[in-house]
Ligand binder design. Structure first.
Ligand SMILES: *Cc1c(COP(=O)(O)O)cnc(C)c1O
Length: 474
């Protein structure tokens, strides 16, 4: 018996839009229309691919939910309860409040961005930031661009285009999927000369590889993994000595660098970027929004003549820092000059707060949850280890405190529901428990977490009741 084509049973875009607008006049037409179109397109495709299947739901409810999703701003606030201080998917470093204000102010007004007010002539966008960087780091040259991947490209294009760059095989890393050292070298028009093996590279490997076409020696911080066992790496001072002997610049891509020495607080000594220049790097570059805790930026420190060459490269214009990030970076550098790193920077605070200070916060959160969640959930609090994350310092673990939630609904169901909260909460699930790590909480997060967990416990139990107007009841 021939059955009717299920595609014919789909409503039209116009009809779907009409009913959704009637049910939810508060939602903008653009969101409803686009949601209806996309839903129907997907339904048609699904029916075609799996002939005879009824396809996904295309009712009022589905359109309203999709339209609601579309009107949400992106990116929007979430609570980071993962304990991963620098979480790439969660936007890495939250800015100090003053830096965020500086960025907002710069965004909304005219400014002297590229004007010298004394002469009335064109001024340099980066001069204030470069001055502060030189002063903080006590280095002869400093500059900045949009991000650290851009900084690496900028340095290679300026110093090595059409020539050879020597890198250890142990440092040909991939960072976050889209940044691979060999690819960026290729894009910069540089010939990569690999030396050593994955686990061992010796000074003589570099020495032997140097030829008439060599432009520079590149050292890349491994950032997101460690090598252990039978290993050998040429240290920066050793590499610098080779470079000096052969008249070649040595560049280090540090990735996660800081402008304050946090080695006394459990972070590795090599993250302190100014010392890398003193240990012999002609240039060192790092991210503004990793360990430094500032805005997205690529910061370059080192020799004044090489920095001048960077600033003169036409590529600098394509990679330049935007005025919002510039204003935030300038504020951060002033705060560092004032010695306010550990008080003002959320990242530095999160990284250096001792576990004893976190324990009462975890306990208070556990108490608040205990009072508000259904009896089917068991609340606890226990010590744990947190990672720095964000492709930064895989070897560094921080002692922390987590609040645990066990029982019904399951930790997985709770975690899923928490991501749908008005302010979504990102937590970990391990050993049959949802784990909320207070190390990465910002001000106000504790109350948001209580609200979200209470609502999630109710929601996942009800599995999303939707009223006749397409509103979720939980
Ligand atoms: C993170 C990282 C980068 C990329 O920096 P972005 O600021 O994300 O552009 C490059 N190199 C290393 C070693 C890194 O760790």
């Amino acid at each position: 018996m021939p059955t009717e084509d299920p595609r014919r049973q789909l409503p039209s875009v116009a009809r779907l839009v009409q009913s959704a607008r009637k049910a939810r006049p508060d939602l903008p037409v653009w969101a409803i229309t686009e949601a209806a179109r996309e839903l129907l397109t997907r339904a048609r495709q699904r029916i075609t691919e799996a002939a005879g299947s009824p396809g996904p739901p295309t009712g009022l409810e589905a359109v309203v939910a999709a339209a609601e999703e579309r009107v949400l701003p992106h990116p929007r606030r979430v609570v980071n309860a993962t304990g991963i201080v620098l979480h790439t998917n969660l936007g890495r470093a939250p800015l100090p409040a003053g830096a965020a204000r500086a960025a907002a102010e710069a965004a909304a007004v005219y400014s002297n961005l590229e004007l010298d007010l004394a002469t009335g002539r064109r001024g340099r966008r980066l001069s204030a930031v470069a001055d502060k960087l030189r002063q903080i780091a006590a280095v002869p040259g400093a500059t900045a661009c949009n991000n650290n991947a851009a900084a690496v490209l900028w340095v290679l294009d300026t110093l090595a285009r059409g020539r050879e760059v020597i890198v250890s095989r142990g440092e040909l890393v991939e960072i976050g999927g889209s940044f691979r050292v060999p690819d960026i070298l290729e894009r910069a028009g540089v010939r990569l000369v690999e030396v050593g093996t994955t686990n061992r590279t010796h000074a003589r490997d570099y020495e032997r590889a140097i030829g008439p076409d060599t432009a520079l020696l590149l050292k890349v911080h491994r950032s997101n993994f460690t090598v252990s066992g039978f290993t050998k790496e040429v240290s920066l001072p050793e590499l610098a000595a080779i470079g000096r002997g052969r008249g070649l610049p040595v560049v280090e891509d540090l990735g996660s660098g800081t402008l304050v020495d946090l080695s006394g607080r459990g972070l590795p000594k090599e993250s302190y970027a100014p010392d890398r220049v003193r240990e012999g790097a002609d240039l060192v570059c790092f991210s503004g929004d990793k360990l430094m805790g500032g805005p997205q930026a690529g910061i370059v420190l080192g020799r004044a003549d090489l920095v001048a060459a960077l600033d003169e490269n036409p590529l600098a214009r394509a990679l330049r820092l935007d005025k919002l990030s510039l204003a935030a970076l300038d504020w951060c550098l002033a705060a560092l000059l004032d010695g306010r790193a550990t008080t003002e920077f959320p990242v530095v605070r999160a990284l250096t707060t001792p576990a004893e200070v976190l324990a009462p916060r975890a306990r208070a959160l556990a108490d608040a949850l205990e009072k508000s969640v259904p009896a089917s959930l068991e609340i606890g609090w226990e010590p744990e280890s947190a990672r720095v994350g964000g492709g930064s310092l895989p070897e560094v673990e921080l002692d922390t405190w987590v609040v645990t939630v066990r029982g019904t609904p399951s930790p997985e169901a709770l975690a899923r529901e928490l991501r749908r909260a008005p302010v979504p909460v990102l937590a970990r699930v391990r050993d049959d428990a949802l784990r909320l790590d207070v190390r990465t909480f910002l001000d106000g997060d504790d109350a948001l977490v209580v609200d979200a967990v209470v609502a999630a416990a109710r929601c996942s139990a009800d599995s999303h009741q939707v009223d006749s107007n397409g509103r979720k009841s939980c």
